[in-house]
Ligand binder design. Sequence first.
Ligand code: NAI
Length: 280
Amino acid sequence: MRELAGKTAFVTGGASGIGLALGRAFAQAGMKVMLADIETDALAVAVESLRAPGRDVRGVVCDVADHASVDRAAEASYEAFGTVHLVCNNAGVAGGGGIDDISIETWRWVIDVNVMGVLHGIRTFLPHLRAHNQGGHIVNTASMAGLNSGLGFSPYAASKFAVVTMSEGLATQLAPHGIGVTVLCPGFVRTRIPESGRNRPERYGPSTVPDPESPAGKLAAVLAERGRSGLDPDDVAARALAAIREDQLYVFTHSGAEWRAELEDRFAAILTAMDEAAAH
Ligand code: NAI
């Protein structure tokens, strides 16, 4: 979608981190912006922070895990702006723990937000994007954790692998309709994701923090530290903006040798196993 000015973007998880940075980049590019988020107060602050003369930025409270809530947020967007052209399914949460003590509720929460949330955004907006015939683009936020298994047995990694494959399949199917798809795969970014439990709905039970001395606790500490020294969310948003304009499927924000090596190891192991199949 080359021309962005005057068009409308809908961004989930827009009250913080990467979603807020996406909203900022889109507003600066002359787009009308609807930020959608579950965290009411943070959403109000985020919307206010993006408002400026000549800009149209609004907010809608939305739980992406709930299809009806996403439908209502879409209706609010159509009422406000008439048409939506760019949909960013970005809201996401991190939750984990040791291999034996990740609760079923934590699995459900992470899958409901990170996978079903993306699905709900696609199902809700796709008929609208197809019908208005003004072109469109869908950005799904996955992660480098959706391409390598470095996090181990983890609902977060499982959810992000799902988002990558959903995006790849969607891109193929939507190309004939002139609707582009981008899957955003950042490495570590400086956001509030380590505090994801702040808006974990009660229906999933309380957030649990792993014992700091356990392997899961040590991994969480390493991840939090790497997040603190991670990329600025505005840099991630700038890459996403370029990918939308250029209609690129994959966006990687971290290109270091260590990230590349993890992918190469995984793909090499898969290809070796395929060669073994061919030898039988
Ligand atoms: P963040 O915590 O700063 O922002 C996430 C936003 O999603 C928050 O505003 C939160 O209120 C909202 N949210 C949570 N549950 C929601 C729900 N059920 N419905 C609607 N909104 C909800 O975290 P960040 O990092 O900006 O996360 C954005 C996306 O980026 C996520 O999908 C995350 O997995 C992904 N990501 C983050 C990386 C990082 O290092 N921070 C790296 C790779 C991917």
